[in-house]
Design a binder for this molecule. Structure first.
Ligand SMILES: NC(=O)c1ccc[n+]([C@@H]2O[C@H](COP(=O)([O-])OP(=O)(O)OC[C@H]3O[C@@H](n4cnc5c(N)ncnc54)[C@H](OP(=O)(O)O)[C@@H]3O)[C@@H](O)[C@H]2O)c1
Length: 225
């Protein structure tokens, strides 16, 4: 039984992974911003698992969240930096400074906040796997999603550097999950998103793949195929 920390559990891939890890007998600590989404998860799974309203872009909120895990005397076996946002489709010069900032704050600074406060627990115990969610757009690019591409390319570099810093036993890798029909995909693909796999179908393949990750994958750029 593993302790799995997942950011962005209220919808999409995070929600589907939460259900699949729980189905396989693992313990999930999850976060998201939506009150309704976190309330639903608490009602359904609240007894043995824990769900908190946390905005990963807030270093203070992430610090308080990590403290709660420490109080339960657990360190993450798997830390999944899944929470993310995408800009509304637009050429870069039409993206406001505010929207650009939000994408950076969640997709890059949010990941760093979670690593800052959770990795010390893993280092202390001497084991654990950190998976930073990247994208096909972290390794290639397309028009109208420049802010998102910039953050996912950043995640690839951040993860490679982090992997070189970690002590033996603690590992980090970047993961391109593939193309999955979620709110995020509908935002950038429109109606054609419905031609792609559902988050539930994806989670059935992805969760066993994630459970197999270990030291031999340190620093790698992986994909769920
Ligand atoms: N779907 C795809 O095809 C695809 C492809 C490549 C990469 N990815 C990556 O996979 C990850 C999941 O994507 P998805 O498609 O599942 O997206 P999604 O359906 O839009 O869900 C995003 C999740 O992240 C949470 N979130 C967003 N901002 C947050 C914040 N500041 N703090 C805490 N939680 C936050 C959202 O919950 P709240 O709104 O409640 O906070 C939601 O639960 C992302 O990193 C994305 O870039 C997805």
């Amino acid at each position: 039984m593993k302790t799995v920390v997942i950011t962005g559990v209220t919808r999409g891939l995070g929600r589907a992974m939460t259900e699949e890890f729980i189905r396989l007998g693992h313990v999930v600590f999850g976060c998201g911003r939506s009150e309704k989404g976190i309330g639903e998860l608490r009602r359904r799974f609240g007894k043995s698992h824990r769900f908190d309203r946390v905005d990963v872009a807030s270093d203070e909120q992430v610090q308080a969240w990590a403290k709660r895990l420490l109080e339960s005397r657990r360190a993450p076996d798997l830390l999944l930096n899944n929470a993310g946002v995408i800009n509304r489709n637009a050429p870069l010069w039409k993206v406001s400074s505010e929207e650009f900032g939000q994408v950076i704050d969640v997709n890059i600074k949010g990941v760093a906040n979670v690593i800052r406060h959770f990795i010390p627990l893993m280092i202390e115990r001497g084991s654990g796997v950190v998976v930073n969610f990247s994208s096909g757009w972290g390794r290639s690019a397309d028009a109208e999603v420049a802010p998102y591409c910039a953050t996912k390319w950043a995640i690839e570099g951040l993860t490679e550097a982090l992997a070189q810093e970690l002590p033996a036993g603690v590992t980090a890798m970047a993961l391109n999950p593939g193309v999955i029909n979620t709110d995020m995909l509908q935002s950038c693909f429109g109606r054609s998103a419905s031609a792609y796999q559902s988050a539930q179908q994806w989670a059935r393949k992805a969760v066993p793949f994630l459970l197999e990750l270990g030291p031999r994958h340190n620093g790698q750029s992986l994909s769920v195929s």
